[in-house]
Design a protein around this ligand. Structure first.
Ligand code: DLL
Length: 430
């Protein structure tokens, strides 16, 4: 099913012509209206008229999240403040958040891309959409809310948490679609199990849109089994409208990134050079339609790769492989580079492991991995627990080359938040 078949299946040449036109307009817009970009262009000796082909993109400056913070609150605005309609923020690890402004057209486009993404997975106006993302400054809920309304779904703006109420809503209104983070999805699966709810028998759920945090294929399978539905990976970031930037189609082989709205590059994060086609690197995106706050060559820090080849769904927009982590969440433990996702992959593929985990780093370089078990396993024999513990530690050593201490804890005892999960606590005194 298509929302806008012509654009979703556009030929490469036509798509690239459109990208170039929109890129040229965006570059002219920021050169005229944003002193930050005017200065950057002057430093690089580049003028809007120099952008004659898509290859000229590489002459333009990168934009980083630090640039957003330094220009907080409104330094990157490319529209009069009273023409903006909505503000979202995205908090970083330190200090001020990043402020993201939306014009009327930006708000409309964000909803349009969500509608397009949802329909790509088979959503129709018959669906009942329970939105469990946080409503508020976070971009996760509003664009998807309005996107689903565009399709004609019944939308239930539930927000995250309060699983008892979520269950009541899912039951009473025969919810078919949910939108939530992977950490909350795992928690909800646990909750249903504890309440003796068999989702396939007792609920009408069909699909979940899961994103806003990195997660592994193993976690997808766990969520699908626990909630009794199909999980579609949804990628986005506030700087690029929020959700609806890249989304899986019914084939679930990579996420189509909407190239009529964004130009993608994948670069080596150290050198800034493009990687070979299909190789992993940092995703860099340029907005093509944003009015209030266009961004050129934005360094997302997300690590991914292009999925090569044509998608059987017929859409021509490039696909991204699952995000494997962020260039800034790599841990170095005893000199070894480790991504939390590697640990998650091992844990979620191990029998008897529950649905939450936490990595703590202490002292000089000690790594402790707290792992929730399923109820049945936690109540089992001590010998069983000891053997499970050493089995996990060994599997982790084989994957990350460092043998952590593994602590097994009862189900639902590790912290959960309404927002994004915090998987790593680093207390090292390095
Ligand atoms: O998380 C937008 C969003 C909301 C996407 C709801 C999907 C669903 P931010 O708060 O600005 O925006 O965080 C963006 O979250 O750079 C990634 O590091 C991470 N992220 C988002 N989706 C995924 C995903 C929203 N599917 C940051 N897989 C991004 C991995 C993801 N990481």
């Amino acid at each position: 099913m298509f929302w806008d078949q012509a654009i979703e299946t556009a030929g490469r040449a036509g798509l690239e012509r459109l990208q170039l036109q929109r890129l040229q307009a965006t570059v002219r817009r920021v050169a005229e209206r944003v002193p930050f970009y005017r200065q950057k262009f002057a430093d690089l000796g580049v003028k809007p008229d120099d952008i004659r082909s898509l290859a000229d993109l590489r002459r333009l400056p990168f934009t980083t999240s630090d640039d957003l913070r330094v220009n907080y609150p409104a330094g990157l605005l490319a529209a009069p403040l009273n023409d903006t309609l909505r503000l979202h923020t995205s908090s970083g690890t330190t200090g001020k958040p990043k402020a993201i402004f939306f014009s009327r057209a930006d708000v409309e486009n964000a909803a349009e891309l969500c509608a397009r993404s949802f329909v790509m997975t088979g959503v129709t106006k018959e669906d009942v959409f329970q939105n469990m993302m946080s409503y508020g400054l976070f971009t996760g809920a509003l664009a998807t809310h309005y996107g689903a309304e565009k399709i004609g779904c019944l939308v239930i703006p539930a927000g995250p948490g309060n699983s008892e109420r979520q269950l009541m809503l899912m039951r009473d209104f025969r919810t078919t679609l949910v939108h939530l983070t992977p950490s909350y999805a795992l928690y909800l699966a646990d909750f249903l199990e504890k309440r003796g709810v068999n989702p396939r028998r007792d609920l009408a759920l069909r699909k979940a849109f899961v994103g806003a945090e990195p997660y592994t294929e193993e976690t997808r399978l766990k969520i699908e089994a626990g909630l009794g539905l199909d999980v579609y990976n949804s990628y986005g970031l506030s700087e690029m409208n929020g959700p609806g930037v890249a989304f899986e189609c019914e084939h679930k082989q990579g996420m189509h990134l909407w190239e009529d709205h964004f130009i993608i590059e994948i670069i080596n994060p150290q050198t800034g050079d493009p990687v070979a086609n299909g190789e992993p690197g940092e995703l860099v995106m340029t907005t093509l339609c944003r009015e209030a706050m266009p961004l050129l060559r934005y360094r997302t820090r997300d690590i991914t790769s292009l999925m090569l080849g044509r998608c059987p769904c017929g859409r021509t927009h490039h696909r991204l492989n699952r995000i494997t982590g962020r260039s800034d969440d790599m841990l170095i433990v005893r000199g070894v580079n480790i991504y939390p996702q590697q640990i998650e992959r091992v844990l979620m593929a191990t029998r008897g492991i529950g649905r939450n985990y936490l990595i703590r780093l202490e002292g000089l370089d000690e790594m402790i991995v707290y792992v929730e078990l399923t109820g049945a396993d936690f109540d089992g024999q001590v010998e069983h627990l000891v053997s499970l513990q050493s089995q996990i530690a060994e599997k982790l050593r084989a994957e990350i080359l460092v043998k952590p201490r593994v602590e097994l804890v009862p189900p639902a005892t590790l912290p959960v938040t309404d927002g994004k999960a915090r998987r790593v606590i680093d207390n090292r005194k390095l």
